[in-house]
Design a protein around this ligand. Structure first.
Ligand code: MN
Ligand code: MN
Length: 288
C-alpha cells in the first residue's frame, strides 16, 4: 500500500473501522484519455478541504471510524489486477464497508465478486454508458465491459444502471434481449429522480446493495475530469438522491473514472464529497 495523504477524517485503524477507504489506481484498459490511476490521490487531497461535519446529514465524520488503507499496488495486467482487488475486498474485516476510489470502471466487477460471495447482492451503477460490451480493445476486462461482467457474477441477484445516455446499438439490443434494467438521464429529467428510483428499487429487491458511481454519470459541467465525458448528464443533487435512497442497504461503494489530467479540481472535490455523503447517509440511516 502507498499513498501521499489520507482521506479526510480517516483516523481509525483497520480492525476497528466501520468504513475502509481503498485506492485502486488502475487504468490500463483505458484507450481514450488514460490517467484515472491518479484519481485516488486527487480525491484524497480534495477531501482535506471539506469540514468533518456533514451538514446535509447532521453527521460529523470525526465521530465515525474511517480507515484509509492507501492504494493497492496493482499490476497493469487486467486478470492479475482483478484477483488482487477481489482478494483485498474479501480480506477486509467483516464490519468494514469498502469505499473504493478508482481507477477506471473495471475495478468494480472484482469488488462485486468478493461481496457477492458473502450473500446475494443487488448492484446499482451510475453511468453515462451502458458498459455492456462483451469485449473492447481486445479484452473482456475493459472498463467498457464493466456492467456486462457484473451481470455474469454469481450471487448478483439484481442490477440497475442509472444516468444512461450512451452505448452502441449492440449494447442496446443486448439490454433489451436480456432484460437489463437501466434508466436514461432523459427519463430522469422528464419524470424526476424519485419516480425513477421507485422503479429501480422494484428491480433491486435485495437486502444487500452495492453502489458503483462512474463519475461520467454526472454532466461534464460538474465533472469534466474524466476519460469519456458525455453531455446531458446528471446533477450532483440527483446523485445525492440515489445515495440517500440506497444507503440503508449499502454494503459498499466505489467512485471511479476520475482523471485529474482533465480536471480543475471540481471533479475530485465532487467525488470526495459523494464518498463522504455516502458514509454519512449510511450512518444516518443505520446508526454506528
Ligand atoms: Mn462505466
Ligand atoms: Mn461511463
Amino acid at each position: 500500500m502507498f499513498w501521499k495523504c489520507s482521506f479526510g477524517d480517516a483516523t481509525s485503524d483497520s480492525s476497528q473501522a466501520d468504513f475502509a477507504i481503498i485506492g485502486l489506481p488502475f487504468d490500463s484498459t483505458t484507450v481514450f484519455r488514460p490517467g484515472s490511476r491518479e484519481g485516488p490521490d486527487a480525491i484524497r487531497q480534495a477531501s482535506q478541504s471539506l469540514e468533518s461535519y456533514e451538514y446535509y446529514y447532521d453527521i460529523d465524520l470525526a465521530d465515525i471510524r474511517i480507515c484509509d488503507l492507501g492504494n493497492l499496488e496493482l499490476e497493469t495486467n487486467p486478470p492479475l489486477a482483478w484477483k488482487a482487488i477481489k482478494d483485498t475486498i474479501s480480506a477486509l474485516p467483516k464490519k468494514a464497508i469498502p469505499v473504493c476510489l478508482g481507477g477506471e470502471h473495471s475495478i468494480t466487477p472484482p469488488i462485486v465478486e468478493a461481496l457477492a460471495k458473502q450473500g446475494d447482492l443487488g448492484v446499482v451503477v451510475l453511468d453515462a454508458h451502458l458498459d455492456l460490451r462483451d469485449e473492447y480493445g481486445g479484452t473482456k476486462l475493459s472498463h467498457a465491459c464493466a456492467s456486462r461482467r457484473i451481470l455474469e457474477i454469481k450471487g448478483v441477484c439484481s442490477f440497475a444502471s442509472i444516468g444512461i445516455r450512451s452505448g452502441s446499438r449492440e449494447e442496446v439490443v443486448f439490454a433489451a434481449e436480456n432484460d437489463v434494467s437501466y434508466f436514461t438521464s432523459d427519463v430522469i429529467h422528464e419524470k424526476g429522480m424519485d419516480r425513477v428510483l421507485d422503479s429501480a428499487l422494484k428491480s433491486l429487491e435485495c437486502q444487500r446493495i452495492y453502489i458503483s458511481i462512474d463519475i461520467d454519470a454526472l454532466d461534464p459541467a460538474y465533472a469534466p475530469g474524466t476519460g469519456s465525458p458525455e453531455p446531458f448528464g446528471l446533477t450532483p443533487w440527483k446523485v445525492r438522491q440515489v445515495i440517500k435512497r440506497f444507503a440503508q442497504k449499502a454494503v459498499g461503494l466505489d467512485i471511479n473514472e476520475i482523471n485529474p489530467a482533465y480536471d480543475n479540481g471540481q471533479t475530485a472535490i465532487l467525488a470526495a464529497k459523494l464518498a463522504r455523503e455516502f458514509m454519512a447517509a449510511r450512518v444516518a440511516t443505520n446508526g454506528l
